[in-house]
Design a protein around this ligand. Structure first.
Ligand code: BES
Ligand code: ZN
Length: 455
């Protein structure tokens, strides 16, 4: 693939133009009003796969949003890579905090700004362009390629598990390649070997049957907002540990060897604090920031509401209060078991003066991929060659629910070769993607295919 790099460099403006078009679809998976945009975005994905040189690209219906499947399987005896990505995006609110419109991409200082730029359209598009670049330079892929691009990742991939179960033969592969994670630092080639799981819960506390006058009834009736706050406050101890009984039972402890390796990653707490504009960090005592955000489980309240929050004052004891609470899990923790522990805990600490409803929103298993494999070696070589630097290995705090499912249903491990950055505002206003990483990602993907095809 001697002239592949040159080909990518020569065509990069065109590829960026296509990515700009891709980013115009408001493919927000959680909002029913964007259903049509989701379908159009899926169709565009399939179209681009065919243009790149795949033999087949199909929008396949599921109970939820469609999955886009593509393939080119022409190299007998060669391994098969299944490339996974997601074309759905997070909502854009608070939209007033964006400096440009979320679905009208703008390029500034070598970065493209739009919802979905780094998570995940920009990253998945690298692989489509890698296929095209190989086809246009070499004329044939070095191995067999399948694509599965879903539209429900940001809502927990509810339809993908049944899809995997029903299409095991279609999706059969030797390895899954995913670019939906981040580099450890700009221009530092990185492979992620662990993702956290998730257990997402909702708690609703009900007190009196209607909002009450807080003068007339204050002092006689429990206030759901007060009670909910007390319950949430009990979820951590003073050491920043999660205080739910049994929560840590199945956690695989970090080994000294792994801790030593993670400690070698160059990381500045000062820069981290400055970037986040906080004076002090917080977390589980006895662990570094890198360990706490990648290899240890956590609990966070994502949102809380109840009572009066308009301008001015309204003197009430609210009837209801609710919160959404998520727990990030690590390998070997079971989201179903964690949900039960959470429910038991909330019910046990809630006083009789209120009614409690605890429900599960969604869950995902964590994953850890072995570093000793042909695929990881191939990815390491490809990245190091493209970036001209040694590749580092990290554990990521975010979740990609389907990665554990690929292992379960297809028996395939994943190569997590993400080229985003955690500073690229995914899930926030002004999401963007570094276009030099985009270019190097195309080259790395192509070189991965070349390396992995070697006997
Ligand atoms: N791309 C992210 C996961 C991620 C985030 C990887 C940060 C590396 C760094 C993914 O799209 C995502 O946001 N996943 C959700 C999953 C959830 C909705 C089930 C997450 O982690 O919150
Ligand atoms: Zn993503």
């Amino acid at each position: 693939m001697a002239n592949l790099e040159q080909h990518v460099n020569q065509n990069i403006e065109k590829y960026i133009g296509e990515l700009t078009e891709y980013l115009r679809f408001p493919s927000i998976s959680t909002l029913p009003e964007n259903r049509d945009d989701i379908n159009k975005c899926a169709a565009f994905t399939a179209e681009k796969m065919l243009e790149a040189g795949l033999d087949r690209a199909e929008v396949m219906q599921t109970a939820g949003h469609p999955v886009v499947y593509g393939e080119r399987l022409r190299v007998e005896g060669a391994p098969t890579v299944l490339i996974y990505g997601h074309y759905d995006v997070q909502p854009v609110d608070p939209v007033e905090l964006w400096h440009s419109e979320p679905f009208n991409p703008v390029i500034k200082d070598g970065k493209i700004y739009a919802r979905g730029a780094t998570d995940d359209k920009g990253q998945l598009y690298m692989h489509i362009k890698a296929v095209q670049s190989i086809m246009q330079t070499v004329g044939e892929l070095p191995l067999n390629v399948k694509f599965i691009i879903e539209g429900e990742e940001e809502i927990g991939s509810p339809s993908l598990e049944p899809f995997l179960k029903a299409n095991k033969e279609l999706l059969k592969c030797d390895v899954v390649l995913v670019s939906d994670t981040a580099l450890f630092a700009p221009m530092l080639p990185t492979l992620t070997y662990g993702l956290r799981g998730l257990c997402y819960m909702e708690v609703e506390i009900t007190g009196p049957s209607r909002d009450l006058h807080s003068g007339t009834f204050g002092g006689a009736v429990a206030n759901p907002v007060n009670i909910l706050s007390q319950i949430i406050a009990k979820m951590h101890d003073e050491d920043g540990k999660v205080a739910i009984p049994g929560f840590y039972d199945d956690v695989v402890p970090l080994t000294e060897l792994e801790r030593n390796k993670l400690a070698l990653l160059e990381f500045s707490e000062e820069e981290y604090k400055n970037h986040l504009n906080v004076d002090e960090l917080w977390g589980e005592k006895g662990y570094t920031v890198i360990e706490r955000t990648g290899a240890r489980p956590t609990l966070d309240c994502n949102g809380i509401w109840g009572g009066f929050s308009g301008a001015g004052a309204k003197t009430i004891i609210p009837s209801k209060a609710s919160a959404k609470i998520s727990m990030r899990l690590v390998a070997n923790q079971d989201p179903v078991k964690t949900a039960q522990q959470f429910k038991d805990f909330v019910e046990s600490v809630a006083p009789k003066s209120v009614k409690v409803k605890v429900s599960e929103v969604h869950g995902a298993e964590a994953c850890l991929v072995p570093l000793e494999s042909k695929a990881i070696t191939a990815a390491t070589n490809a990245l190091s060659r493209a970036f001209g630097k040694d590749t580092v290995y990290i554990r990521e705090g975010g979740s990609i629910p389907v990665v554990a499912k690929f292992k379960k249903y297809l028996g395939a491990d994943a190569v997590l070769m993400g080229l985003g950055l955690n500073t690229e505002n995914l899930h926030s206003p002004d999401e963007h993607f570094d276009l030099n990483h985009f270019r190097l990602g195309i080259i790395s993907s192509a070189w991965f295919m070349e390396e992995y095809a070697k006997k």
